[in-house]
Design a protein around this ligand. Structure first.
Ligand code: HPA
Length: 275
């Protein structure tokens, strides 16, 4: 069996998806922990399990299922990913960002990245939603490491404005109309899977972070490499380590994400309706 290139793997996956749905979504949403329900709210939906898409990594974390759903929201054709691959699962960052590459090849021009995150900024209450204004990549790696494929993008892509100002404004305006306001801040990507220590959280605060999580940044980098506009929204599910005198646990993260999902899904629908 001859090995095929990463680019060929991406186009092979895109071909299989095109064979399942004739829709041409220009908007995609990657759903974080506890948000998978959004995918079920799409109308005229085609649901494709990741296992049916060649080269696509499985999502194995509790709270993440594994399917790509193409359907309509607010009259727009969108692709929603319920479940994502994480670096801490042992995938390299090229594999973590495989789905983002496929979305780009399918013609997606706007990518909404969502996640659950710990609040490093002690003002942020669990259950609040934070628009990502910028990020700090502390994963110790970068998804663009390795030979550059010019068909995707350039060797040294600019990261001055990863998170589109226009999209951030639309998010704020949508929340305002829905009667609440969004936090804003810097998301630090931590590779995990252990949560941070209180000393690491103090370090992140000094580094300018407002929230910390274990995803999103690799996808955002790859999306920008492909010229895709990015919006990132974090659900602050817990105070970061050391803010409160109690340990962190994944159940708490999932529970807060579940409690907020109605508001989060309403916000996503509202944003998509204004794109
Ligand atoms: N740290 C890292 N990732 C997370 C957290 C956290 O506190 N909460 C949700 N995801």
């Amino acid at each position: 069996m001859s090995a095929i290139s990463y680019y060929e793997q991406v186009t092979a996956a895109a071909d299989v998806i095109r064979g399942q749905s004739s829709a041409k979504p220009e908007i995609a949403v990657i759903l974080g922990s506890g948000l998978g329900d959004f995918a079920s709210s799409l109308s005229e939906a085609v649901s494709i399990p990741y296992a049916r898409i060649p080269h696509w990594p499985a999502a194995s974390v509790a709270g993440h299922d594994g399917r790509l759903v193409i359907g309509n929201v607010a009259g727009r054709s969108i692709a929603a990913l319920a479940g994502r691959a994480h670096y801490y699962e042992g995938y390299d960052l090229r594999t973590v960002t495989f789905a983002t590459r496929v979305l780009g090849v399918l013609g997606v021009r706007t990518l909404i990245l969502t996640n659950a995150a710990g609040g490093v900024n002690a003002r942020f209450k669990p259950g609040s939603l934070m628009v990502i204004d910028d990020h700090v990549n502390l994963m110790g790696s970068n998804p663009l490491i390795g030979p550059n494929d010019d068909r995707f993008g350039s060797r040294f892509p600019d990261m001055t404005a990863v998170y589109s100002q226009r999209l951030r404004g639309i998010a704020d305006e949508t929340a305002r109309r829905q009667g609440f306001s969004l936090e804003h801040g810097v998301y630090a990507a931590w590779h995990g899977p252990s949560y941070e220590t209180p000393a690491e959280i103090r370090f992140l605060r000094t580094a300018g972070a407002d929230a910390v999580g274990m995803s999103t940044v690799p996808e955002a980098i790859v999306a920008r490499h492909m010229g895709i506009d990015v919006l990132g929204i974090s659900c602050i599910t817990n105070f970061a380590a050391g803010v409160l005198p109690q340990p962190l646990n994944h159940e708490e993260v999932l529970e807060t994400a579940r409690n907020v999902r109605g508001r989060f899904i309403g916000l996503l629908e509202g944003i998509i309706g204004r794109l």
